[in-house]
Design a protein. Structure first.
Length: 220
């Protein structure tokens, strides 16, 4: 939970720096505030993250991606938000090296992934998912799924369609639980249980770093 709060706090700070501190005029901040409520993030944490963005002494976070191969040729895509790129790249490189992988150059693995926006919304009574999918095709959604465990509808769309999809959902009264950008593999690679364990050791180590926001991979 602490990790989720840290991640959301950084995202809120970045959103405020980019679009201002008013959720009514900053769509990205609006969704993050909603997401923080769903994650039970204390209100004071949200206010602190917003205030941090407007403070002259605040750290200037930059969003930087790193790409590399883990053990057994598994492609790994790492998203970070950092105020010290030298520290972050040194740490990420050391994790890859220590656990049998290798950090690649920026952009070297992007062809293996599709950059998508992913919305998680509360289901509305009486809404047919097939009809909703047809309706949202014009707004850039290319896939809809339902998560029974979380009781959420998942919408996948093109990266550049994020604003149009969010606008539609808000105007039509849908409760947005989260809106994320994800790197989704074009293809997944089979591994044995033993190979999976060695890849997961690397992923776990990367995710422990406080500068890391998300880790994506193409392990089946």
């Amino acid at each position: 939970m602490a990790r989720v709060f840290t991640k959301l706090g950084k995202q809120i700070t970045i959103a405020v720096k980019e679009g201002g501190a008013d959720p009514d005029t900053n769509p990205r901040l609006r969704v993050l505030v909603q997401q923080s409520k769903k994650e039970n993030m204390p209100k004071e944490n949200v206010e602190r993250a917003i205030k941090k963005a407007t403070s002259k002494d605040a750290a200037d976070y930059k969003e930087i991606n790193y790409e590399g191969y883990g053990p057994h040729g598994i492609a790994i895509f790492v998203e970070t938000a950092t105020d010290n790129n030298m520290r972050t790249v040194a740490n990420v490189r050391s994790y890859f090296n220590k656990f049998g992988g290798a950090l690649g150059t920026s952009g070297s693995l992007q062809f293996l992934f599709d950059h998508k926006c992913v919305f998680k919304i509360a289901p509305k009574e009486g809404i047919d998912l097939d009809e909703l999918e047809l309706e949202l095709i014009d707004f850039g959604v290319d896939e809809i799924d339902f998560d029974e465990e979380e009781n959420e509808v998942l919408l996948y769309g093109e990266f550049q369609s994020n604003s149009a999809i969010q606008k539609y959902l808000e105007e039509n009264g849908y409760e947005i639980h989260s809106a994320e950008f994800e790197w989704i593999p074009n293809d997944y690679k089979d591994v044995t249980d033993e190979q999976r364990a060695s890849v997961e050791k690397l992923i776990d180590k990367i995710e422990e770093d406080e500068d890391v926001q998300n880790v994506f991979h193409n392990m089946k």
